[in-house]
Write a protein that binds this ligand. Structure first.
Ligand SMILES: Nc1ncnc2c1ncn2[C@@H]1O[C@H](COP(=O)(O)OP(=O)(O)OP(=O)(O)O)[C@@H](O)[C@H]1O
Length: 344
C-alpha cells in the first residue's frame, strides 16, 4: 500500500523512531479522525517494525442508548480485523456530573480522560494518542476566545502533555485537516461512525463548528483558520518564554522552603524578596506554576484572582489576608507569602 499524504504527514510530525519500541494507546471513538489515526499509525508501524504494540481504547459513555453500544461493537470489530488489541471502558457520566457539578459535555470529557489514563497505565502504554485535528485546534481557540481566556488558552491544545510520570498524551494529527483525513479514509475505503451529538446545536461547541466557523469562512475563506493558527503559534512562543522565566524566578523564591503538610493543612511559603521589582506578569505566572504544581485546582482562579494575589506580593501588609478559591488562604508573614489549605 502506498503511503498517502496523511501517513507521511503524521510520520514526519511524530517520527516512528521515537515510538516504535514502546506501547501506544489510541483513543478510538469510532469517528473519522480516530479511525484515520488508528489506520495510519498501524501502517506506519507495519513499515517500521519495532517491539512496541498498538492498543485501541474506546470509552462507552452510554449516553445514546443502543447507538453507544453499536459504536463500541463497531470499534471492536474494526480492531479484530486489524488484529489490534481492543479494550472498551464503561463510563458513568451521570455520576461524575453529580460529583463534580459539571455539565454533561465536561463530565463526559473528564470521565473519558480518567478512564483512558487508568487503562493506559494498566497496559504499560507510554503514549496515549488522541486524534485532535487542525480543525479541532481552530475551534478550540475560537471557543476559548469567545468564552474568555488568556495567552495560554490562545496557544491552543498542546502536541504533547504529561498525564502521569510514565504516560504522555500526544496529538499527532494537529496539523492534519478534516479534508485530508476524509480523503485518506476514502482512499483506503475505510468507513467510520457518525456521532449524531456532533450536530446537536444545543452544545455551544457544535454551534461554533457548524454555524459560526462556516459563516466566517464564507466571508474570509480559509484565511480565518490560518489567522487563528498563526495567533496561537505566537501565543505558544510567548507562553513558553514566560514560563521558562517564571520557573527561574520561582526556584529562587522557593529555595529551601518545600511545601509542608501537618495536621491536615498544607503550607507553601514563597520568599517575596525574590519576586519584588519583577514585572507583574512574571509574578502571576510564577504564582500560577507554584499553585498548579502544589496540586491545587486552577479552574476558579480567574485573571482577577491572580492579579489580587500578585498585588499581595507587590504591596505586602501583614494584616492583609486573601481568601482564594479552593479555600486557600494567602498572607504575607515576615517577607514570605504563605499559602495554606486543608487537604483530605
Ligand atoms: N468515546 C471515546 N473513546 C475513546 N476516545 C475518544 C472518545 N471520544 C473522543 N475520543 C478521543 O478524543 C478525540 C477528540 O474527540 P472530541 O473532540 O470529541 O473530544 P474532546 O476530548 O471532548 O475534545 P476537546 O479536548 O477538544 O474538548 C477523538 O478524536 C478521540 O481520539
Amino acid at each position: 500500500m502506498n503511503p498517502t499524504a496523511l501517513v507521511q504527514k503524521i510520520g514526519s510530525s511524530w517520527p516512528p523512531a521515537t515510538w516504535k519500541d514502546v506501547n501506544i494507546g489510541i483513543a478510538l471513538s469510532g469517528g473519522a479522525d480516530s479511525v484515520a489515526l488508528l489506520r495510519s499509525l498501524e501502517e506506519i508501524k507495519q513499515s517500521n517494525g519495532g517491539s512496541g504494540e498498538l492498543f485501541a481504547l474506546h470509552v462507552n459513555h452510554h449516553l445514546r442508548g443502543e447507538a453507544s453500544d453499536g459504536e463500541q461493537h463497531w470499534c471492536e470489530e474494526l480492531c479484530r480485523k486489524l488484529e489490534i488489541p481492543f479494550e472498551a471502558l464503561q463510563g458513568d457520566v451521570a455520576r461524575r456530573a453529580r460529583k463534580e457539578g459539571d455539565g454533561i459535555e465536561a463530565a463526559a470529557r473528564h470521565e473519558r480522560y480518567a478512564l483512558l489514563t487508568q487503562a493506559a497505565e494498566r497496559c504499560g502504554i507510554r503514549y496515549l494518542a488522541f486524534a485532535h485535528t487542525q480543525n479541532d485546534q481552530v475551534e478550540t481557540i475560537l471557543f476559548r476566545l469567545l468564552r474568555g481566556t488568556g495567552i495560554r488558552g490562545i496557544a491552543g491544545m498542546s502536541r504533547v502533555r504529561g498525564l502521569t510520570p510514565t504516560l504522555s498524551l500526544i496529538r499527532p494529527m494537529l496539523s492534519c485537516t478534516r479534508n485530508e483525513i476524509l480523503a485518506y479514509l476514502s482512499e483506503r475505503e475505510q468507513s467510520f461512525c457518525n456521532d449524531q451529538s456532533n450536530t446537536d446545536s444545543q452544545f455551544v461547541r457544535n454551534r461554533l463548528r457548524n454555524e459560526l466557523l462556516p459563516l466566517l469562512r464564507s466571508n474570509y475563506d480559509e484565511k480565518v483558520d490560518r489567522a487563528i493558527l498563526r495567533l496561537s503559534e505566537q501565543a505558544l512562543e510567548i507562553q513558553s518564554f514566560l514560563e521558562a522565566e517564571a520557573r527561574k524566578l520561582l526556584s529562587h523564591s522557593l529555595r529551601g522552603s518545600p511545601a509542608d503538610a501537618q495536621n491536615g493543612t498544607t503550607r507553601l511559603k514563597l520568599n517575596i524578596a525574590a519576586l519584588a521589582n519583577r514585572p507583574e506578569i512574571l509574578i502571576r505566572e510564577a504564582l500560577r506554576i507554584a499553585w498548579r504544581e502544589s496540586g491545587l485546582a486552577e479552574q476558579e482562579m480567574n485573571f482577577d484572582w491572580w492579579c489580587k494575589l500578585a498585588d499581595l506580593v507587590l504591596s505586602p501588609a501583614s494584616n492583609r489576608v486573601l481568601n482564594l478559591p479552593g479555600n486557600v488562604r494567602a498572607q504575607v508573614i515576615e517577607n514570605r507569602l504563605h499559602l495554606e489549605w486543608q487537604h483530605s
